[in-house]
Design a protein. Sequence first.
Length: 279
Amino acid sequence: MTDTRDPAPTALDKVRDHYRATGLTERLRTALLAFGPEDQRLGPERLAPLDQFHTRGLAATADLARMTEISSSDRVLDVGSGVGGPARFLAATYGCEVVGVDLSEPFTEAARYLTERTGQAEKVRFETGDALALPFENAGFDAVFLQHVAMNIADRAGLYAEIQRVLKPGGRFATFDILRAAGEPHYPVPWARTPETSCLLTERETRDAIEAAGFRMRVWHDDTDTAKAWFAQAFAAGPPPAPNLGVVMGPEFPGLTGNLARSLHEGRVRVLAAVFDKP
Ligand SMILES: C[S@@+](CC[C@H](N)C(=O)[O-])C[C@H]1O[C@@H](n2cnc3c(N)ncnc32)[C@H](O)[C@@H]1O
Protein backbone atom coordinates (compact mmCIF):
# COMPACT_ATOMS: atom_id res chain seq x y z
CA MET A 1 0.00 0.00 0.00
CA THR A 2 1.28 3.47 -0.84
CA ASP A 3 1.84 5.86 2.05
CA THR A 4 -0.09 9.01 1.05
CA ARG A 5 0.79 11.01 4.15
CA ASP A 6 2.85 14.16 3.62
CA PRO A 7 6.51 13.70 4.59
CA ALA A 8 7.40 15.16 7.99
CA PRO A 9 8.54 18.80 7.63
CA THR A 10 12.31 19.31 7.68
CA ALA A 11 14.08 21.90 9.84
CA LEU A 12 14.34 24.11 6.73
CA ASP A 13 10.55 23.81 6.14
CA LYS A 14 9.97 24.94 9.73
CA VAL A 15 12.24 27.98 9.38
CA ARG A 16 10.56 28.84 6.06
CA ASP A 17 7.19 28.52 7.77
CA HIS A 18 8.23 31.00 10.46
CA TYR A 19 8.94 33.59 7.71
CA ARG A 20 5.95 32.62 5.53
CA ALA A 21 4.33 36.09 5.62
CA THR A 22 1.26 35.31 3.53
CA GLY A 23 0.19 38.16 1.22
CA LEU A 24 3.13 40.27 2.36
CA THR A 25 3.59 42.39 -0.78
CA GLU A 26 -0.10 43.32 -0.84
CA ARG A 27 -0.02 44.19 2.86
CA LEU A 28 3.04 46.38 2.26
CA ARG A 29 1.37 48.05 -0.72
CA THR A 30 -1.57 49.00 1.51
CA ALA A 31 0.55 50.00 4.53
CA LEU A 32 2.81 52.23 2.40
CA LEU A 33 -0.16 54.35 1.32
CA ALA A 34 0.59 56.11 4.64
CA PHE A 35 3.64 57.61 2.85
CA GLY A 36 1.79 58.69 -0.30
CA PRO A 37 0.51 57.26 -3.59
CA GLU A 38 1.91 54.06 -5.10
CA ASP A 39 3.79 55.84 -7.91
CA GLN A 40 5.66 58.14 -5.52
CA ARG A 41 9.32 57.17 -5.06
CA LEU A 42 10.31 56.46 -1.43
CA GLY A 43 13.66 57.29 0.17
CA PRO A 44 15.12 53.98 1.44
CA GLU A 45 15.53 55.45 4.97
CA ARG A 46 11.75 55.90 5.29
CA LEU A 47 11.33 52.13 5.22
CA ALA A 48 13.77 51.47 8.09
CA PRO A 49 11.08 50.75 10.74
CA LEU A 50 9.80 47.86 8.63
CA ASP A 51 12.74 46.63 6.56
CA GLN A 52 15.66 46.34 9.02
CA PHE A 53 14.76 43.04 10.66
CA HIS A 54 17.34 42.82 13.47
CA THR A 55 18.32 44.31 16.83
CA ARG A 56 19.06 48.08 16.66
CA GLY A 57 17.57 48.39 13.18
CA LEU A 58 19.21 50.76 10.71
CA ALA A 59 21.91 51.88 13.19
CA ALA A 60 23.24 48.31 13.43
CA THR A 61 23.47 47.98 9.63
CA ALA A 62 25.25 51.34 9.40
CA ASP A 63 27.74 50.33 12.11
CA LEU A 64 28.46 46.97 10.49
CA ALA A 65 28.96 48.61 7.08
CA ARG A 66 31.50 51.02 8.60
CA MET A 67 33.35 48.17 10.31
CA THR A 68 33.44 46.32 6.97
CA GLU A 69 34.73 49.41 5.11
CA ILE A 70 32.25 48.99 2.28
CA SER A 71 33.09 51.06 -0.81
CA SER A 72 31.43 51.90 -4.12
CA SER A 73 33.49 49.32 -6.03
CA ASP A 74 32.36 46.43 -3.81
CA ARG A 75 29.98 43.76 -5.04
CA VAL A 76 28.13 42.75 -1.86
CA LEU A 77 26.05 39.66 -1.08
CA ASP A 78 23.48 39.90 1.74
CA VAL A 79 22.71 36.36 2.91
CA GLY A 80 19.26 36.05 4.52
CA SER A 81 18.35 39.45 3.11
CA GLY A 82 14.79 39.54 4.54
CA VAL A 83 12.70 42.26 2.91
CA GLY A 84 15.88 43.96 1.71
CA GLY A 85 16.45 46.97 3.97
CA PRO A 86 20.15 46.33 4.62
CA ALA A 87 20.82 45.76 0.89
CA ARG A 88 19.04 49.00 -0.08
CA PHE A 89 20.87 50.92 2.65
CA LEU A 90 24.29 49.70 1.45
CA ALA A 91 23.55 50.58 -2.17
CA ALA A 92 22.12 54.01 -1.26
CA THR A 93 24.94 54.90 1.12
CA TYR A 94 28.00 53.54 -0.70
CA GLY A 95 26.83 53.25 -4.34
CA CYS A 96 27.82 49.58 -4.40
CA GLU A 97 26.01 46.75 -6.18
CA VAL A 98 24.16 44.43 -3.77
CA VAL A 99 22.61 41.00 -4.28
CA GLY A 100 20.32 39.59 -1.60
CA VAL A 101 19.36 35.96 -1.14
CA ASP A 102 16.69 34.64 1.21
CA LEU A 103 14.95 31.36 1.95
CA SER A 104 11.50 32.98 2.07
CA GLU A 105 9.86 33.51 -1.34
CA PRO A 106 7.36 36.07 0.08
CA PHE A 107 10.27 38.03 1.58
CA THR A 108 12.14 38.00 -1.74
CA GLU A 109 9.04 39.16 -3.60
CA ALA A 110 8.47 41.92 -1.02
CA ALA A 111 12.15 42.93 -1.22
CA ARG A 112 11.83 43.36 -5.00
CA TYR A 113 8.64 45.39 -4.62
CA LEU A 114 10.20 47.73 -2.02
CA THR A 115 13.29 48.14 -4.21
CA GLU A 116 11.08 49.23 -7.12
CA ARG A 117 9.44 51.73 -4.76
CA THR A 118 12.84 53.21 -3.82
CA GLY A 119 13.99 53.25 -7.46
CA GLN A 120 17.07 51.09 -6.74
CA ALA A 121 16.39 48.07 -8.96
CA GLU A 122 19.50 48.73 -11.08
CA LYS A 123 21.84 48.37 -8.11
CA VAL A 124 19.98 45.89 -5.88
CA ARG A 125 18.48 42.52 -6.78
CA PHE A 126 17.12 39.57 -4.84
CA GLU A 127 16.96 35.82 -5.28
CA THR A 128 15.30 33.05 -3.33
CA GLY A 129 17.75 30.43 -2.07
CA ASP A 130 19.27 28.59 0.85
CA ALA A 131 22.36 29.93 2.60
CA LEU A 132 23.66 26.35 2.72
CA ALA A 133 23.58 26.07 -1.10
CA LEU A 134 24.07 29.62 -2.36
CA PRO A 135 23.01 29.98 -6.00
CA PHE A 136 26.21 31.86 -6.96
CA GLU A 137 29.55 31.02 -8.53
CA ASN A 138 32.81 30.84 -6.58
CA ALA A 139 34.65 34.05 -5.67
CA GLY A 140 32.05 36.49 -7.06
CA PHE A 141 31.71 38.93 -4.12
CA ASP A 142 33.95 41.42 -2.29
CA ALA A 143 31.87 41.33 0.90
CA VAL A 144 29.18 39.16 2.45
CA PHE A 145 26.69 40.40 5.07
CA LEU A 146 24.90 38.00 7.43
CA GLN A 147 22.64 39.81 9.89
CA HIS A 148 20.48 37.84 12.33
CA VAL A 149 20.35 34.73 10.12
CA ALA A 150 22.87 32.26 11.59
CA MET A 151 20.57 31.72 14.58
CA ASN A 152 18.23 29.77 12.28
CA ILE A 153 21.01 27.57 10.87
CA ALA A 154 22.35 24.50 12.71
CA ASP A 155 24.99 23.59 10.12
CA ARG A 156 27.39 26.42 10.83
CA ALA A 157 30.34 24.64 9.20
CA GLY A 158 28.27 24.43 5.99
CA LEU A 159 27.08 28.05 6.28
CA TYR A 160 30.53 29.60 6.78
CA ALA A 161 32.07 27.34 4.09
CA GLU A 162 29.45 28.57 1.57
CA ILE A 163 30.20 32.19 2.46
CA GLN A 164 33.92 31.51 2.09
CA ARG A 165 33.29 29.91 -1.32
CA VAL A 166 31.45 32.90 -2.82
CA LEU A 167 33.93 35.50 -1.50
CA LYS A 168 36.92 36.66 -3.53
CA PRO A 169 40.33 36.22 -1.87
CA GLY A 170 40.79 39.34 0.27
CA GLY A 171 37.01 39.63 0.69
CA ARG A 172 35.27 40.50 3.97
CA PHE A 173 32.60 38.61 5.86
CA ALA A 174 30.45 40.70 8.23
CA THR A 175 28.15 39.04 10.74
CA PHE A 176 25.65 40.43 13.25
CA ASP A 177 24.29 37.67 15.42
CA ILE A 178 22.57 36.64 18.64
CA LEU A 179 24.74 34.37 20.78
CA ARG A 180 23.90 31.90 23.51
CA ALA A 181 25.20 33.03 26.91
CA ALA A 182 23.46 31.40 29.89
CA GLY A 183 20.51 29.10 29.23
CA GLU A 184 17.76 29.40 26.64
CA PRO A 185 16.09 32.64 25.51
CA HIS A 186 12.44 33.12 26.40
CA TYR A 187 10.45 31.77 23.45
CA PRO A 188 8.91 32.80 21.12
CA VAL A 189 11.63 35.16 19.86
CA PRO A 190 11.71 37.07 16.53
CA TRP A 191 13.61 34.26 14.75
CA ALA A 192 11.90 31.19 16.25
CA ARG A 193 8.74 30.19 18.05
CA THR A 194 10.36 27.21 19.78
CA PRO A 195 13.90 25.93 20.44
CA GLU A 196 13.46 23.55 17.50
CA THR A 197 14.37 26.21 14.92
CA SER A 198 16.73 28.24 17.09
CA CYS A 199 20.40 27.31 16.73
CA LEU A 200 22.39 29.67 18.94
CA LEU A 201 26.12 29.15 19.54
CA THR A 202 28.27 30.65 22.27
CA GLU A 203 30.87 33.32 21.56
CA ARG A 204 33.69 30.73 21.53
CA GLU A 205 31.75 28.30 19.31
CA THR A 206 30.88 31.08 16.85
CA ARG A 207 34.45 32.26 16.50
CA ASP A 208 35.78 28.70 16.21
CA ALA A 209 33.24 27.80 13.51
CA ILE A 210 34.05 30.91 11.44
CA GLU A 211 37.80 30.49 11.78
CA ALA A 212 37.55 26.77 10.99
CA ALA A 213 36.08 27.81 7.60
CA GLY A 214 39.35 29.66 6.89
CA PHE A 215 38.50 33.23 7.96
CA ARG A 216 40.79 35.59 9.90
CA MET A 217 39.23 37.90 12.47
CA ARG A 218 39.37 41.64 11.69
CA VAL A 219 36.80 43.13 14.13
CA TRP A 220 35.05 41.50 17.12
CA HIS A 221 32.59 43.83 18.83
CA ASP A 222 30.31 42.82 21.70
CA ASP A 223 27.17 44.85 20.97
CA THR A 224 25.18 43.61 23.99
CA ASP A 225 25.20 46.78 26.09
CA THR A 226 24.33 48.99 23.11
CA ALA A 227 21.49 46.61 22.21
CA LYS A 228 20.15 46.65 25.78
CA ALA A 229 20.18 50.45 25.84
CA TRP A 230 18.45 50.52 22.44
CA PHE A 231 15.65 48.22 23.63
CA ALA A 232 15.21 50.24 26.84
CA GLN A 233 14.87 53.44 24.82
CA ALA A 234 12.54 51.81 22.28
CA PHE A 235 10.20 50.50 24.99
CA ALA A 236 10.20 53.84 26.80
CA ALA A 237 9.22 55.58 23.56
CA GLY A 238 6.13 53.36 23.15
CA PRO A 239 4.94 51.54 20.01
CA PRO A 240 6.95 52.48 16.88
CA PRO A 241 5.06 54.51 14.28
CA ALA A 242 3.23 52.46 11.65
CA PRO A 243 4.08 50.97 9.24
CA ASN A 244 6.66 48.86 11.09
CA LEU A 245 7.85 45.24 11.27
CA GLY A 246 4.40 44.21 12.51
CA VAL A 247 3.29 44.43 8.85
CA VAL A 248 5.91 41.80 7.97
CA MET A 249 5.67 39.45 10.98
CA GLY A 250 2.13 40.00 12.27
CA PRO A 251 0.50 41.61 15.29
CA GLU A 252 2.28 39.43 17.89
CA PHE A 253 5.71 40.71 16.80
CA PRO A 254 6.10 43.15 19.74
CA GLY A 255 5.74 40.19 22.12
CA LEU A 256 8.56 38.32 20.35
CA THR A 257 10.79 41.40 20.49
CA GLY A 258 9.93 41.80 24.18
CA ASN A 259 11.11 38.24 24.83
CA LEU A 260 14.41 38.97 23.10
CA ALA A 261 14.91 42.13 25.15
CA ARG A 262 14.14 40.23 28.37
CA SER A 263 16.53 37.42 27.42
CA LEU A 264 19.26 39.98 26.75
CA HIS A 265 18.58 41.78 29.99
CA GLU A 266 18.77 38.50 31.97
CA GLY A 267 22.09 37.58 30.33
CA ARG A 268 20.68 34.54 28.52
CA VAL A 269 21.85 35.83 25.12
CA ARG A 270 24.38 38.37 23.83
CA VAL A 271 24.76 40.35 20.58
CA LEU A 272 27.84 40.20 18.37
CA ALA A 273 29.02 42.31 15.44
CA ALA A 274 32.14 40.91 13.77
CA VAL A 275 34.09 41.18 10.53
CA PHE A 276 36.42 38.52 9.14
CA ASP A 277 38.83 38.47 6.19
CA LYS A 278 39.17 35.72 3.64
CA PRO A 279 42.96 35.51 3.25
C1 LIG B 1 15.57 37.98 11.33
S1 LIG B 1 15.48 37.97 9.59
C2 LIG B 1 16.83 39.05 9.14
C3 LIG B 1 16.65 39.62 7.74
C4 LIG B 1 17.74 40.59 7.29
N1 LIG B 1 19.07 40.00 7.38
C5 LIG B 1 17.71 41.86 8.08
O1 LIG B 1 18.56 42.00 8.97
O2 LIG B 1 16.84 42.71 7.83
C6 LIG B 1 16.17 36.35 9.22
C7 LIG B 1 16.14 36.03 7.73
O3 LIG B 1 16.96 34.89 7.48
C8 LIG B 1 16.35 34.13 6.47
N2 LIG B 1 16.87 32.75 6.54
C9 LIG B 1 16.78 31.87 7.58
N3 LIG B 1 17.39 30.71 7.25
C10 LIG B 1 17.87 30.86 5.99
C11 LIG B 1 18.58 30.02 5.09
N4 LIG B 1 18.91 28.76 5.41
N5 LIG B 1 18.92 30.51 3.88
C12 LIG B 1 18.59 31.79 3.52
N6 LIG B 1 17.90 32.63 4.33
C13 LIG B 1 17.55 32.18 5.54
C14 LIG B 1 14.86 34.24 6.79
O4 LIG B 1 14.04 33.86 5.71
C15 LIG B 1 14.76 35.70 7.20
O5 LIG B 1 14.50 36.53 6.10
